[in-house]
Design a protein around this ligand. Structure first.
Ligand code: 2AM
Ligand code: CA
Ligand code: CA
Ligand code: CA
Length: 263
């Protein structure tokens, strides 16, 4: 288990914000919800959690910059460190009473994710990773699945959102290509957790397009520190910049990427 000062700060902030999310999840029907765009919702729970995370992290690491889904960028005096935060990844699940959502915190140093945390308050799953230190779920060290045969693999994915007409056509082709070659496919709705499920070996692989940095910053280091491979969905080396991902162990990643790229 990672017990660095930084990870203590990040877990403390996530647990505090998570208590608020648990409370709000218990009375989700009373939450104020607004619409940011087609199929894109934000609730008072997202905003409250983000406020707690910003307060706690900026108190402990004054000077670090922030990039947050709901409040945008906050520049710090320290130009080399930025926290990238999604206070509630899986808002749609949350608002529908499905306990598959998370808080995601990544720390980027000079363009590279050096620490990540993904916390699901509904079941207290706390995933953490630091560069060179491994990835953990609660106290258990994580390792990506060992499966070698794509035909036996369980693959996760993300579906395009309403209003993305090009994305729909492309996704249908990718989905058919992958479905014809794997054991089965899942779609859970929190990209941050999806990448943790690759790190933990629950999914053998995962791909999704049209993501934001806060959806994947923490998940990227989780997969890498669990011994996995992660690229953008076209095989490029910087999924954080591209906003697309393809992940798995070395063999599954390579085979899945070939299907997605060809589609
Ligand atoms: P969110 O719940 O924080 O918005 C699931 O496929 C991923 O896409 C999640 O990380 C989710 O993050 C994000 N997402 C959900 N609805 C979206 C939309 N309308 N536009 C862009 N991203 C969305
Ligand atoms: Ca959102
Ligand atoms: Ca998100
Ligand atoms: Ca969010």
């Amino acid at each position: 288990m990672i017990r660095s000062a930084l990870m203590n700060v990040m877990t403390g902030a996530a647990l505090k914000a998570g208590r608020g999310l648990k409370r709000d999840f218990g009375e989700v029907e009373n939450l104020q919800v607004s619409v940011k765009g087609p199929g894109d919702f934000v609730s008072a729970a997202d905003k409250r959690a983000e406020k707690v995370l910003f307060e706690e992290l900026s108190k402990a690491r004054p000077g670090y910059g922030f990039l947050m889904e709901e409040s945008g960028a906050v520049e710090g005096s320290d130009k080399s460190h930025t926290f990238i935060i999604d206070p509630l990844d899986g808002t749609t699940n949350f608002l529908h009473g499905l306990p598959i959502f998370s808080i995601s915190i990544g720390l980027v140093r000079e363009g590279q994710v050096v620490a990540g945390l993904v916390y699901n308050p509904a079941n207290d799953d706390m995933f953490v990773a630091e560069k060179g230190q491994g990835a953990y779920l609660n106290n258990r060290r994580l390792r990506v699945a060992a499966r070698r045969d794509l035909g036996e693999a369980l693959i996760g994915c993300g579906t395009p959102h309403i209003g993305k007409a090009n994305g729909h056509a492309r996704f249908k082709q990718e989905f058919s290509a992958v479905m014809a070659n794997v054991a089965n496919i899942r779609r859970l709705g929190s990209a941050a957790l999806d990448l943790c499920y690759v790190a933990a070996g629950n999914y053998d692989g995962f791909w999704e397009r049209d993501l934001q940095q806060w959806d994947i910053a923490a998940g990227i280091i989780m997969v890498k520190e669990a011994g996995g491979y992660i690229t953008d969905a076209d095989g490029g080396p910087d999924p954080l910049a591209k906003g697309t991902v393809c992940a798995g162990n070395d063999l599954i990643h390579r085979a899945l990427l070939a299907l997605v790229k060809q589609a």
